[in-house]
Design a protein around this ligand. Structure first.
Ligand SMILES: Cc1cc2nc3c(=O)[nH]c(=O)nc-3n(C[C@H](O)[C@H](O)[C@H](O)COP(=O)(O)O)c2cc1C
Length: 213
């Protein structure tokens, strides 16, 4: 059942840490959720995200090994864990991606020449650090979008960065210098009660914005 109440999807998203263990998510539904996630924006449309989905007891156990122990309740009850990675070398497909936009008719030859002349060199001449930040930034937007898409599908999530970063890429046979862990997202059907649900507050909005002078 889809939840199409935008306000409910966004404003009632909270980190859920206790899930109904009997609920599994079909892989066909994961496909749909990722199709709805990858419309997220990314710097120069580089889409440098990669999602590893652990949805079996064996793969969830592998993920649990690099998690800090305080995340055990989520790991022991979720339907799946989505480990989000940032591809630092996403910019290597810059020329190919933008040439495709030209061939499809989305941009003119002039626009193609312009982006290849201006943005591409800024990646090619950039540092590893600047490419990593660029990619992590875009992946964070995709991660947020995935969490909201999950709510639209009737699931809840908890973003997690309480883990041993050094072990993550190798767990999925990925090259650690290229694929940086952004966050893990546990997903499932909430089993929280009034007692177990962690409540959080925010700084008053008026303390976090300022109209620039
Ligand atoms: C990048 C990031 C890392 C987080 N890591 C963890 C974590 O390791 N374990 C956990 O239980 N919650 C984790 N959280 C969830 C936060 O504690 C939670 O979002 C925050 O307290 C606000 O609560 P809410 O999500 O219910 O609104 C993380 C959230 C973010 C955005």
């Amino acid at each position: 059942m889809r939840n199409n109440d935008f306000n409910d999807v966004v404003q009632n998203r909270h980190s859920v840490r206790h899930f109904d263990k009997s609920v599994k998510i079909p892989r066909s539904e994961f496909k749909e959720m990722f199709e709805e996630t990858v419309t997220a924006p990314s710097g120069c449309n580089l889409q440098g995200w990669h999602f590893e989905v652990a949805d079996t007891p064996e793969t969830i156990a592998k993920v649990k090994k690099y998690m800090l122990r305080f995340n055990d309740p989520q790991m022991d009850s979720c339907a799946a864990v989505v480990q989000v990675f940032a591809d630092v070398y996403a910019y290597k497909k810059y020329r190919e991606n933008w040439s495709k936009e030209y061939e499809t008719g989305n941009i003119t030859k002039e626009k193609l020449d312009e982006v290849l002349r201006t943005f591409l060199p800024s990646y090619e001449n950039g540092t590893y650090y600047s490419c990593a930040i660029d990619s992590i930034r875009s992946c964070s937007l995709a991660a947020m979008q995935f969490m909201l898409v999950a709510r639209n599908h009737g699931y809840d999530t908890n973003p997690i960065a309480g883990y041993d970063e050094s072990k993550i890429a190798r767990t999925f046979n990925l090259e650690p210098k290229r694929y940086l862990p952004v966050m893990a997202i546990v997903i499932g059907k909430s089993n929280e009660t009034e007692e177990t649900m962690a409540k959080t507050t925010r700084y008053p909005a008026e303390t976090v914005y300022h109209f620039a002078e």
